[in-house]
Unconditional design. Structure first.
Lengths: 341, 335
């Protein structure tokens, strides 16, 4: 600490450098890296900047954006949600089963069938989130273990319901009109992701809950002493995260066209990776939703470029691991630097 | 148990002492009750063959859970255990089959396998511990990264296929040899590791320091302990234990399996926590690890004997994990 202050006294930083650091502090590391990556890929990777590929990246990143935004909220209250991947699977399976089951009884009422399926999926997500939140808030047990447990339970239920076989028989309108549709030339999931990011942005910046989430994650004791009803907001945060996960699961199901219990086993880890790359602190209290959206986009752009370069998916896994650790290490080092300057 | 708690002013009244010893005996009682209950439905559960089988199976889990326990003591955990087990299994099998094909002497082949496996484990521990202790990055992120790296390596170097033809001497050394007649080699090895860990944790400065680092990192630093070095050493020790377990599993299957570690990460954490290792750090020991591992192994053994559907087993495992943390919670509020 003392060496830092003598540094400052010894060499006054130039105005340009000062401005650079202020800009860097305002924008952050991720957008710069993202733009750099896109520019490089545009030259190096064939077919990277053509319309179908751009739409493809946008669509597939939307699902992760929705998940990662929920994960961010939970990380901000100092928690973890390892069950989001399982919730995606459970809501996918349960909504598909309800829709396929109602198909024969309600032949002409596709809209009603869809509503029933969507509500079932959302309900499953809400239920898992409620269990997570209640355990964490009222029994003050480690979120890591609780969500590990509920993840195991939810995956087990999803597999049990389907025996691991994909569920077909959803209304055509759900798949073609929503899942695979282009609205105003953009995939429908993109609108969903933008809406959720905007909603969470408002939540974070203009509502009491947003401020309370920061307060709970920043210093739980101080929040309790200040009269914040921490338990209620903890439960609400976990429930919201799971509901977002089920929305992502529903959109993914509509795109795939079937309910699957093994929908994507990597989703939980990817959602945490996206949030962490975006500078969300695992200690709680810090996180910006627009950065998390960029973090998810960053991961998907990277995977997409590696796919186009026909890099073996197994080697891609290694890359993903290295990048997560490096991004956090760089972030750690650069915040140390900016604090010192 | 290693209940030489560092907590200041821990007064023990009669009632709380009784409560505590009841809680300490809860898991053994549960294990016995479960086995007797299952015996009524399926007598084979208490046959000599099945008990021997349980002992052998749980000795692997004891190794992985103690690897996890060493880092959980310091308030960390290792998500890469499992993926690293797969990578180590494949790497050591490749080293052995490669040398075997060249016609090297048996002892060279076997020791090359051991060195490759333990060396790989050392590197994983160095990576995890290095980033965690020197850069102060959360164990979750670092071990998430090494999980992906190990997973990628395991499938890349093997091409996604099992590596067959691990030489028999390796298997007889670590699995079906007859060093002491009547005692299965894995059980013997696990016991040896347990005894060594007991002395390391309870009778060395390094071992006691791990408890203090987990209990109160600030106090550990102020007491002048080289916390960073010890933290690094804890992760290396954990990775080496996992590597040894991976070698034992490879000897058992007789092949390097890229999917060997599958559910081990979850099971190892669950076994440690169910046994009584606290995720808040600073509480644990080798006996909780043994009890937790026995409990999980016996439970899945009983469910298999009762022909319970695998998916339902997964649901039950989740319920038991949540039940275990309630137990952990009760323990820590009472003590």
């Amino acid at each position: 600490m003392t060496t830092g202050s003598t540094d400052r006294g010894g060499a006054p930083p130039s105005v340009a450098l000062d401005r650079f650091y202020r800009l860097y502090g305002a924008i952050g590391f991720l957008p710069i890296m993202l733009i750099g990556l896109v520019v490089i890929f545009a030259f190096v990777v064939p077919h990277f900047l053509i319309l179908p590929n751009v739409l493809n990246v946008l669509r597939s990143s939307s699902y992760l954006v929705i998940l990662a935004v929920g994960q961010m909220l939970v990380l901000m209250v100092g928690g973890f949600d390892l069950s989001v991947g399982a919730v995606v699977a459970l809501s996918s399976v349960s909504s598909a089963l309800v829709m396929a089951g109602l198909k024969d009884q309600m032949v002409d009422q596709a809209a009603l069938i869809i509503v029933a399926g969507v509500l079932t999926g959302l309900g499953c997500g809400f239920l898992v989130g409620l269990v997570n939140g209640l355990c964490v808030a009222f029994l003050t047990v480690s979120p890591f273990m609780v969500t590990l447990g509920t993840a195991s339970i939810a995956t087990g239920v999803a597999l049990l319901l389907t025996n691991g076989i994909p569920v077909y028989g959803m209304p055509v309108g759900y798949v073609d009109g929503f899942g695979r549709a282009l609205w105003l030339k953009l995939p429908s999931a993109v609108y969903l992701a933008i809406a959720i990011v905007a909603a969470v942005f408002v939540l974070q910046n203009f509502t009491r809950m947003g401020r309370y989430i920061v307060a709970i994650g920043g210093n739980l004791q101080a929040a309790i002493v200040s009269g914040v009803p921490t338990r209620i907001y903890l439960v609400a945060t976990y429930a919201l995260c799971s509901v977002f996960a089920s929305i992502s699961g529903l959109a993914l199901t509509a795109q795939i066209g079937s309910g699957q219990a093994a929908i994507n086993s990597q989703l939980t880890l990817e959602s945490i990776a996206a949030a962490v790359i975006a500078g969300v602190s695992l200690k709680g209290g810090v996180g910006r939703v627009e950065m998390v959206a960029l973090g998810a986009l960053f991961l998907l752009i990277l995977t997409n470029a590696m796919d186009l370069l026909t890099i073996d998916p197994r080697i891609q896994t290694i890359f993903l691991g290295v990048i997560v650790v490096l991004a956090v290490a760089l972030d750690e080092l650069s915040t140390r630097r900016t604090k010192r300057v | 148990m290693s209940d030489a708690d560092v907590a200041p002013g821990a007064r023990e009244t009669g009632a709380s002492g009784l409560w505590r010893s009841l809680l300490a005996l809860l898991l053994p009682i549960l294990i016995v009750a479960m086995e007797l209950g299952v015996y009524l439905l399926e007598p084979r559960v208490l046959s000599i063959g099945n008990l021997r089988n349980i002992l052998i199976q749980s000795s692997y889990l004891v190794l992985f859970a103690s690897a996890q326990m060493v880092v959980i003591l310091t308030r960390g955990f290792d998500l890469s255990l499992g993926a690293s087990v797969s990578a180590i299994s494949v790497a050591s099998a490749l080293a052995m089959t490669g040398l075997d094909a060249e016609g090297a002497a048996t002892w060279i082949v076997v020791s090359a396998g051991l060195v490759t496996g333990l060396g790989f484990g050392f590197l994983v521990g160095l990576f995890n511990g290095g980033f965690i202790s020197w850069l102060g990055i959360s164990p979750f992120v670092v071990t998430l990264g090494s999980l992906n790296i190990c997973l990628g390596l395991a499938t890349t170097i093997s091409g996604g296929r099992p590596v067959f033809n691990v030489p028999d001497p390796f298997s007889s050394l670590l699995y079906n040899g007859k060093l002491i007649p009547g005692v299965p080699v894995p059980v013997m090895l696990a016991l040896a590791v347990c005894v060594a860990l007991y002395f390391l944790l309870d009778h060395t400065v390094f071992g006691r320091a791990l408890y203090l680092i987990g209990n109160n990192p600030r106090a550990a630093r102020l007491a002048g302990l080289p916390s960073r070095r010890y933290l690094l050493m804890a992760y290396i020790l954990g990775a080496l234990l996992a590597a040894f377990g991976a070698l034992m599993l490879t000897a058992r299957t007789g092949s390097g399996e890229p999917n060997l570690g599958g559910s081990l990460m979850l099971e190892s954490i669950a076994a440690a926590v169910i046994g009584g290792v606290s995720l808040q750090g600073g509480v644990g020991g080798i006996i909780p690890v043994i009890l937790g591992s026995l409990f999980i192994t016996m439970m899945s053994n009983a469910m298999n004997l009762l022909r319970i559907d695998g998916y339902i087993q997964q649901i039950l495992l989740g319920i038991i994990i949540i039940a275990a943390i309630f137990l952990d919670r009760i323990r820590s509020t009472r003590s």
